[in-house]
Each structure stands twice: as structure tokens, then as C-alpha cells.
Design a protein around this ligand. Structure first.
Ligand SMILES: [Zn+2]
Ligand SMILES: [Zn+2]
Length: 472
């Protein structure tokens, strides 16, 4: 009876919790099979807090239950919890299996935690866990999400078996890392080897075109999908978003707008958001305003879009409009997502907010930052104050700019770690113009490579140049 109820209420978290509480208060001892069902349903609806509670109530959960939780954490974008759970699993001497390893590698990819990812894999190998093609594909993905295209390529070449997932992972990864040439070269190679691309492969191809501003190629590949007799290749919303991004970033804003209007599918926030982002890059106020209106109507809860709009106004110096958007945001209760950056050192992730002073090495970090700023200023670095939020005095703007989370993370990377290793910075939002210029200069004066992953893509800074060639 209860099991049936749990099954039928799979998408109703409130009902699930009620049922659970009911059983508990009635004094029944709950069988693990029911808790299992409950756990699975909760991870499906994304209530990971409650799922964890249920999990903790289980008596000696078997490995597949651990895996259910791992998978849930990854799916719900809680990679850090996944890593903590893995540590607990090891402490309790529960033997992981290949599913655990796959989830953990995904979690490490999300976190940008290259060292931990490698450690998990090496340990799995030592313990004789089956590292099949699914594990190897997850490892490929982990390398790419941590910005290590070199290690990914070595693995890809060494893999005894490769499938369409392996190829697509590489193509998507190269695109994300800004290496469009390699992405497209692999796409050709894949076809020459007779492997049929799927919709993920095309997503990688389109995003490679988008990151490199290859408008004609992008249109060509999109056309191939649209005309294909293979129904599974029919363009999905993500492909449309990629095309809008490509057109928009190349400055073809009106064309992008018309493209959205002619879509056979209902455009979602991701698609409009891509156009709004492009309007922000090109300082296009009129269209930006129009797009923002659509977005506020369809997804008023997404503060990021209003932030973009207020950035557009700020860049144009229209401060009264910035104020209007800000007060609208306050009224709607939308919050700006706080920016943070992380760097991994010695198997630990170190997090920084803007102006952060909570790190034990704070003093040394700020001293390093000052030292580097002084050096690069003498080389011609000028803070990019154009799109900083409010029209405060230049000096104040500069000081708030100079303590952006990425800069603190880079300074931390400079005082820790080996000179020959790149500094890997993971940022939760898009990086700003100023941090981009800063990183270029720093890579030049310190001869350290800086790899920065932001919300959309990677920037590989080396000797004063960024791999994105300023197209981002
Ligand atoms: Zn910044
Ligand atoms: Zn860049």
C-alpha cells in the first residue's frame, strides 16, 4: 500500500514528506525498500536535503543507494556535497563501484577539482573497480571541465574503445575551452571514421562556431540538422540558443531577433537570455530593453537578466535607468547572485567572494595583489571601469574592481602552488572586462598560465594573450 503511494506521488515532494512523517509517527519500522523508493523519488524532484535525511536513517545502505544520492547531488548541481559524501563512504569502508566513480568524476568536473578527480580515478584503478568506457568518458569530461584539454586529448587517443559520447565530449569540451579549430577538426575526423554524430555532437559544433564567430559555418551545420531526415537530429532549444548566441555575438543582433521570432518552438529564457547577453556586449540599448521586457514577463524570477539590463544601461551611462531596474528588482524581490571564485590547492578548494577577508592567508593575498597591480600598472594596465555598477567616483570604482573574486583567487594562486603549474580559477558567473585584462597582464609579468572558467566558457591566459581572442 505504502509502496504504491510512494510510486504515485513521485513528483509531489510535499506529499512524499507527509507520507514519510506519517509512517514514522505511526511507529512502523520502515523497510529499506520503501526508503529506497522514497530516496529515489526525492532525488528526482530535487529535494536533496530531505533525501539526505532519509538516507541517514537507513541501516547500512547498499552501494546503489549511495549512488542514488551521488547522482542526485550531481544532477541538482551540488557537487560539493557529493565530495563530502564520498569521503564519508571511504571512512565507513564502503566499497564504491563504477557508478560511484562516474558520479564523482562529474562532481569534480562541476567543481573544477582536477586533483580530487584524478585521485578518485587512481584509487578506483588500484582497487580494481571496473573502469569501463562510461568511466573513461566521465574522466574525459572531467579533464575538459577543469580546462585540461591536453590531458583529455592524451586519454582520448589512448582509449581502447570510443563511442559517440567520447567524440561528442571532446568536441563540446574543445568548444568550451575556446579551441574551435580542434573541435571542428575532430568533428570531421569522426565523420571520416563513420561515426554518426548525435544532437550533443552538434551542440558542440555550433558552440565551437559561436565561440570563434564562424557565422557561415554555424549556419551550415544548423542547416544540416534542420534538413536531416533523422528525427533525432531536429534542432532543439539548446541549438537555437547557440545560434542566437553566435549571431548576437557577431553583432548581427537584428538577425538574431528575427531568428528567434521565426522559431517553430516556443523560445525559452535561455534563448532570450543569449540575445540579451549579446545586447549587453554590443551596448545595444533599444533591443536590449525589448528583450528584457519579454524576459521579465516570462521569467521574472531570474535576476541575472535584470542585472544584464542594468549593465547595459550602466555601460551607456544611463544611471537613472539603472536605478529604475534596480528598484524594480527590489520590488520583485529578485536577488543578484553573489559572485565567487575558487582555486584548488593541495586537494582543497579555496573560495573567494568579492573583497573577501576570511581566508587565513588574507594578508599575504592582498599584499600580493597590490604588488602585482603596481607592476602591471607600470606596464600600461588601466582598470576598465566602464561597466562597474554605479556612478561612484572613479577611485572607489577602482578599489571595488581590484578586489573582485577572480583577482583574489589569482593572487592566492600566485603565492601557492608550483610556478610551472597553471592557476585554475573557477568562477560561478561571467567574468568582467577588467578581470579579463588583469589576467592577461598577470600571465605576462609572472609567466604563469592562468586558466579561468566562467559561467559560459574558458579563458586560457598565456604570456599576455587570451585564447578567446577577445571574442566572448
Ligand atoms: Zn571582475
Ligand atoms: Zn578570454
Amino acid at each position: 500500500m505504502l509502496s504504491k503511494l510512494l510510486q504515485t506521488s513521485s513528483s509531489k515532494p510535499k506529499q512524499l514528506k507527509k507520507l514519510h512523517a506519517l509512517v514514522l509517527t505511526s511507529g512502523f519500522s520502515i523497510k529499506n525498500s520503501l526508503l529506497t523508493q522514497l530516496l529515489e523519488n526525492l532525488t528526482l524532484v530535487g529535494d536533496m536535503c530531505y533525501a539526505r535525511k532519509v538516507f541517514d536513517e537507513m541501516h547500512k545502505p547498499r552501494v546503489f543507494l549511495w549512488n542514488t544520492l551521488f547522482k542526485g547531488y550531481v544532477k541538482n548541481n551540488l557537487p560539493f556535497e557529493s565530495v563530502l559524501l564520498y569521503k564519508k563512504m571511504r571512512d565507513l569502508d564502503v566499497r564504491p563501484d563504477s557508478f560511484t566513480v562516474v558520479s564523482m568524476l562529474s562532481a569534480c568536473g562541476q567543481l573544477g577539482s582536477l586533483e580530487t578527480g584524478k585521485e578518485v580515478y587512481d584509487r578506483a584503478r588500484r582497487e580494481g573497480i571496473d573502469c569501463n568506457i562510461i568511466v573513461e568518458n566521465a574522466r574525459l569530461d572531467m579533464f575538459l571541465k577543469c580546462g585540461s584539454t591536453e590531458e583529455a586529448r592524451v586519454l582520448f587517443e589512448e582509449m581502447e574503445q570510443r563511442n559517440v559520447v567520447s567524440w561528442s565530449t571532446m568536441i563540446v569540451g574543445y568548444a568550451m575551452n575556446g579551441d574551435s579549430d580542434e573541435a571542428l577538426a575532430l568533428f570531421n575526423m569522426m565523420q571520416n571514421q563513420g561515426i554518426r554524430p548525435n544532437y550533443v555532437t552538434f551542440l558542440g559544433v555550433l558552440s565551437a562556431c559561436s565561440h570563434a564567430g564562424l557565422v557561415d559555418e554555424g549556419k551550415k551545420y544548423f542547416g544540416i540538422m534542420a534538413r536531416s531526415s533523422d528525427k533525432s537530429l531536429e534542432p532543439r532549444k539548446e541549438h537555437y540558443a547557440c545560434m542566437v548566441d553566435l549571431l548576437g555575438r557577431s553583432g548581427l543582433l537584428e538577425e538574431a531577433y528575427e531568428f528567434i521570432k521565426s522559431m517553430p518552438l516556443e523560445p525559452d529564457a535561455g534563448i532570450w537570455g543569449a540575445l540579451l547577453g549579446a545586447c549587453a556586449v554590443h551596448g545595444e540599448i533599444k533591443l536590449g530593453q525589448k528583450v528584457a521586457d519579454v524576459l521579465v514577463e516570462t521569467s521574472p524570477d531570474i535576476g541575472a537578466y535584470q542585472v544584464l539590463l542594468s549593465n547595459i544601461y550602466a555601460a551607456a551611462g544611463k544611471w537613472h535607468c539603472v536605478d529604475k531596474v534596480r528598484s524594480k528588482m527590489r520590488k520583485l524581490g529578485t536577488k543578484k547572485v553573489a559572485a565567487y571564485s575558487s582555486v584548488e590547492f593541495d586537494g582543497q578548494l579555496h573560495y573567494f567572494n568579492r573583497g573577501d577577508k576570511s581566508h587565513p592567508q588574507t594578508k599575504a593575498i592582498y599584499e600580493k595583489l597590490e604588488e602585482v597591480l603596481k607592476k602591471i600598472r607600470s606596464m600600461g594596465y588601466v582598470p576598465q571601469t566602464r561597466s562597474v555598477f554605479h556612478d561612484v567616483e572613479t577611485e572607489e570604482k577602482e578599489s571595488s574592481l581590484s578586489h573582485h573574486s577572480e583577482k583574489l583567487a589569482i593572487a592566492f594562486g600566485l603565492i601557492n602552488g608550483r610556478v610551472e603549474d597553471p592557476i585554475r580559477v573557477m568562477k560561478n558567473l561571467r567574468t568582467c572586462d577588467d578581470c579579463h585584462v588583469f589576467a592577461k597582464f598577470v600571465s605576462r609579468v609572472t609567466s604563469r598560465d592562468i586558466i579561468m572558467r566562467d559561467k559560459n566558457r574558458f579563458h586560457h591566459f598565456r604570456n599576455g594573450v587570451c585564447s578567446c581572442r577577445e571574442f566572448w
